[in-house]
Design a protein around this ligand. Structure first.
Ligand SMILES: CC(C)(COP(=O)(O)OP(=O)(O)OC[C@H]1O[C@@H](n2cnc3c(N)ncnc32)[C@H](O)[C@@H]1OP(=O)(O)O)[C@@H](O)C(=O)NCCC(=O)NCCS
Length: 172
């Protein structure tokens, strides 16, 4: 499934507008978007917003880069990534989120594709991402394996007892 099948592929769906520059209003837009997925704790939502405010405050020195997609003037999805300090070519995908009403239509795949291109531009050779082993995150894990990531590790009880950390990697 390519970009033609993204949200804009729906007859009445608004065009997607892409950008990498973060704006002040993205902090609250990211908060609303991440909270709307109902997948993250309040603490995790705060962390997602903090990456935006860090980027706004420090620019590229923050280590946080963004790919943002807007549809109809609102944030439809985004990714936040950045080079892992003290590595050569390793990029961490910190967040990738699609608005619940637009999930399953190829937008996550399109955001990831743009993230990979942008990550290569900053010397990225591989993308690492991790998520929870909880059943609730099975669709998230299916997204990673469905977009070319390989599961390379599982750290049992990492987040809390019964909730492990699953690590994926993709050569880019
Ligand atoms: C994970 C997420 C970013 C994926 O974005 P999306 O737009 O829904 O995914 P896409 O439609 O681009 O799917 C791409 C591929 O992933 C796989 N996939 C996606 N959702 C899936 C699901 N629910 N079950 C099985 N496979 C799935 C499929 O292989 C799919 O390809 P296909 O449609 O050609 O079969 C999005 O669902 C989301 O925001 N989820 C909640 C937040 C989250 O968990 N984020 C990741 C942690 S930070």
């Amino acid at each position: 499934m390519g970009e033609a099948a993204t949200a804009q592929g729906k007859p009445d769906a608004p065009e997607l507008v892409w950008r990498e520059a973060v704006r002040a209003e993205d902090a609250e837009a990211v908060r609303a978007l991440v909270a709307a997925t109902a997948m993250f704790t309040a603490e995790e939502v705060d962390i997602a917003v903090e990456l935006v405010t860090e980027r706004l405050a420090k620019g590229p020195a923050s280590g946080y880069e963004f790919v943002l997609a807007e549809a109809g003037g609102r944030l439809a999805g985004y990714a936040c990534y950045g080079p892992t300090p003290a590595t050569v070519g390793t990029i961490d995908l910190y967040w990738i989120v699609v608005s619940p009403d637009l999930q399953g239509q190829g937008l996550g795949r399109a955001i990831l594709a743009r993230t990979e291109i942008a990550a290569r531009r900053i010397g990225g050779e591989r993308l690492y991402v991790d998520t929870s082993s909880q059943e609730k995150y099975a669709p998230t894990r299916a997204f990673y394996t469905g977009t070319g990531f390989a599961q390379v590790a599982e750290l049992p009880d990492f987040y809390r007892r019964g909730d492990g950390k699953v690590i994926f990697v993709k050569a880019i």
